[in-house]
Write a protein that binds this ligand. Sequence first.
Ligand code: GRF
Length: 205
Amino acid sequence: MLKIVIFASGRGSNLQAILNAINSSNKKVVISGVVSNNKDCGAFEIARNNNISAYLVSDSRQEGFFTYDELSRIFVKENIDLIVLAGFLKKIPDDFVEFYENKIINIHPALLPSFGGKGMYGIKVHQAVLNSSAMVSGATVHFVNKVYDDGLIIAQESVDIANCVSADEIAERVLKIEHKLLPRVIDWFADGKISINKNRVRIAN
Ligand code: GRF
């Protein structure tokens, strides 16, 4: 059983896609918690509706918020195997990244290494893709390291955007890809198919 925690700051559609995939598969993945910096986020609503523990996190001590160190202790006790960032807009502290080396993944709504890095999130990503005249976009799932969107790429899937005329259109097409790609990668972790060899990620068949 792969025990995962989802970090999200927004509506949580990727969280819902993971839940849908878990509910339609043979239950080899369980979401043990949802973490957010935003107490009013849609992801917490989804957590409540699915009886999943919700944790408010802050990198400074705040009433009603967990620190990253406190979360680490909880995750160790609960034997969490994988941390999934799905629209989490805050940078993960370096010591947390170190502690969970190669156990934190992120989904980015573009084909990294293009259109990534600090400040590249949400509609800004798709606007940059549109402005670039690119004919394809897509989604990337990658390991998280100490630099925004810089960790080893695990999986990518592209989508044709040749006839898109707005960033919203691109966002809509990419989100559909995300909702397939992230659950697929989580499944690969559950099946122990992912390894790293000479700076490249390999997926066993
Ligand atoms: C997704 O587009 C994801 O790629 C990006 O943030 C968005 C999260 O959307 N990192 P949701 O909250 O999962 O709907």
